[in-house]
Ligand binder design. Structure first.
Ligand code: CA
Length: 230
């Protein structure tokens, strides 16, 4: 699946330039022109990374950063800030608020793309699941693609396993049906009938997970979340 980058910037020329360059590098792009729009889009679309300009109309970039990092569904999305030379102190505040990196304007697309790749690589390293994971009565062996409950193997289809793995990988974040559909089935802009595929698979997955079924929580009208804690 293509990694999605959300560009938050009110200057349309910069958005266009970034969209062009990111697409050329094989990324999918989304854009938001103000803070409110950015929060909405980040919550709904779950981008893999956010490019956040600090100078925005209305809600400023730092406020957007703080809100994203303070919200469970968006906290783990990496952020690269775009700052102006005159905003040296904002840059420090932004990093303290949890932004992952910054690029000072004017910048070359090549420089920004290198930073994006570095941040994504770092996140992937950090998020890498161990080969065998134990959560409550559940044991997942990612190298052998098998799952057991209280030591007893259970049979999952490839899609069910992918679904479980994706939910676990989200580390407690809520994943929307659309996101899951795109990540596991490769459907972009899914129709209602397709989003139901996710629900059907969740249902069979829960049935198979027996005593650990409640770990998959439904977030009404949105999607699902995996609960780590007992
Ligand atoms: Ca701006």
């Amino acid at each position: 699946m293509k990694e999605a980058i959300l560009i938050v910037e009110d200057e349309k020329d910069i958005v266009k330039m970034l969209e062009y360059n990111l697409k050329k590098e094989g990324f999918k792009t989304l854009s938001a022109h103000d803070g409110e729009d950015a929060l909405e889009s980040a919550g709904r679309e779950h981008p893999d990374l956010i490019i956040l300009d600090l100078m925005l109309p209305g809600m400023d970039g730092l406020e957007v950063c703080k809100t994203l990092k303070g919200n469970r569904t968006t906290a783990s999305i990496p952020i690269i800030m775009l700052t102006a030379k005159s905003q040296e102190s904002d840059k420090v505040v932004g990093l303290e608020l949890g932004a992952d990196d910054y690029v000072t304007k004017p910048f070359s697309p090549r420089e920004l793309i290198a930073r994006i790749k570095a941040v994504l690589r770092r996140i992937k390293e950090k998020d890498k699941l161990p080969e065998v994971l134990k959560i409550g009565d559940l044991t997942l062996d990612f190298s052998r693609i098998c799952v057991a409950i209280k030591g007893k193997p259970i049979e999952l289809t490839a899609k069910e396993f992918e679904l479980l793995k994706t939910l676990i990988n989200a580390k407690g974040r809520v994943l929307s049906r659309d996101y899951l559909l795109d990540a596991i089935w490769g459907f972009d802009n899914a129709m209602e009938i397709q989003t139901r595929t996710v629900d059907v698979h969740i249902r069979t997955l829960r049935k198979k997970l027996k005593s650990e079924a409640e770990r998959i929580l439904t977030v009404k009208n949105y999607g699902y979340r995996f609960e780590y804690e007992d």
